[in-house]
Ligand binder design. Structure first.
Ligand code: PMP
Ligand code: GLU
Length: 392
């Protein structure tokens, strides 16, 4: 069968593929440790599961509004007000099948063939593919390690052309763990103000996973005059350990945009799973202690892994401001990131993601969303493996 050229050009997700490979090795009996995928190891908090079960029992098993049930869009609007100082009407919000799908929908409604989208690199693996699937052209801006991998205003300015339609900002950032401060966002705003046709997609899915007192500020809150061009994306996967629920959302800058995404869902998914959305209501509405507890755990793991990696030969690991990733520079090993990740997996049974998958050669991404025992064992195996590098 001849497949479309559109799908033939799409790469599989490197993060998910490595995770699959690690799982295959595990199934064959190998003691594989996976630091590859960004998925919290905690169960979804009990009260959230309970709300979903109750909804199922109450018969919430029918089609729902294709932009998300109203009670959910209302709590999301309140969440934006409370946590992000952003005012959205529930009609501006669309609930999607995970935040990945939110990003997918936004580019489907924004792009025409050949439209350019600026993506700071290192970037999350799915952005370029999602842009390409919408007929767009990813334009990468290579950020520098010495700038904490944050895009500078002059780099943004230099990447803008007549065809630039949008910019993606992910803060805190997957895979580098860095994040834009309010001032850093404002300095990008000074450039964007000169180019009124550029939309901004601000993916803030890691907003609660921040450390050492770093304060996450929403892009649209830092730049209120750009409100009518910013799509704010968020989701439940990371904050509430709900990856498998596939629940994400976008706050749109206008009713025209939210209606366009709704129409896209009318003709594709028919909206999110109805009973899962009731879990989403409770997660955002009720006690947020579960978030704080998970964050404390992540913070402890982060402190340990950063220090332990920095003690290894050939490794320089900056402290992340947010997320649950570290992005150490491993160029001291004299291997490409792809070779390093493959050999670590095949020789030491430690799964990591090569920086090259994110446009960040010379680095590996390790997720510390795994237990302390697993992290300690991974570091031990890497330490034992490093002296073997020269032997091949
Ligand atoms: N954005 C970023 C930056 C991510 O790392 C992820 C991870 N999955 C997502 C979006 C998508 O999350 P979801 O599981 O809600 O689709
Ligand atoms: N976003 C996570 C990661 O980067 C989950 C996997 C994926 O969706 O790509 O590992």
């Amino acid at each position: 069968m001849k497949l479309s050229s559109r799908i033939r050009s799409v790469k599989p997700s490197a993060t998910l593929s490595i995770n699959n490979k690690a799982n295959e090795l595990k199934a064959q009996g190998y003691q594989v440790i996976s630091m590859a995928v960004g998925e919290p190891d905690f169960p979804t908090p009990e009260h959230i599961c309970r709300a979903c079960i109750d909804a199922l029992k109450a018969g919430k098993t029918k089609y729902a509004a294709t932009n998300g049930i109203l009670p959910l869009r209302e709590v999301i609007a309140k969440k934006f007000q409370r946590e992000n100082h952003l005012n959205y009407l529930p009609q501006q919000i669309v609930v999607n099948t995970g935040a990945k799908h939110s990003v997918y929908c936004i580019f489907q409604i924004l792009l025409d063939p050949g439209d350019e989208v600026i993506i700071p690199a290192p970037y999350w693996v799915s952005y370029p593919e999602i842009v390409a699937l919408a007929g767009g052209k990813p334009v990468f801006v290579q950020t520098r390690e010495e700038d904490n991998f944050l895009m500078k205003p002059e780099q943004l300015e230099a990447a803008i052309t007549d065809r630039t339609r949008a910019l993606i900002i992910n803060t805190p950032t997957n895979p580098t763990g860095q994040a834009y401060s309010e001032d850093e966002i404002r300095s990008l705003g000074a450039v964007l103000r000169k180019h009124p046709d550029i939309a901004i997609v601000s993916d803030e899915i890691y907003e609660h996973l921040v450390y050492d007192g770093f304060k996450h500020v929403s892009f649209a809150a830092a730049l209120p005059d750009l409100y009518d061009r910013v799509f704010t994306v968020n989701g439940y996967a990371k904050t509430y350990s709900m990856t498998g629920w596939r629940l994400g959302y976008v706050a749109c800058p206008s009713l025209e945009a939210s209606d366009a995404i709704k129409r896209l869902q009318d003709q594709s998914t028919s909206g999110m799973t109805t009973f899962a959305q009731y879990g989403g209501v409770v997660a955002l509405r009720d006690d947020q202690d579960c978030v704080r507890r998970m964050l404390e755990n992540f913070d402890e793991r982060r402190k340990y892994i950063v220090q332990a990696l920095n003690e290894l030969p050939g490794v320089k690991c900056p402290n992340p401001r947010g997320t649950f990733y570290v992005f150490p520079n491993i160029s001291g090993w004299g291997l490409s990131s792809q070779e390093a990740a493959m050999r670590l997996l095949e020789d030491a049974y430690v799964a990591t993601v090569p920086g090259s998958a994110f446009g960040g050669e010379g680095h590996l991404r390790l997720s510390f969303a795994t237990s302390m025992d697993v992290i300690e064992e991974a570091v031990k195996r890497i330490a034992e493996w490093i002296p073997t590098i020269k032997n091949s």
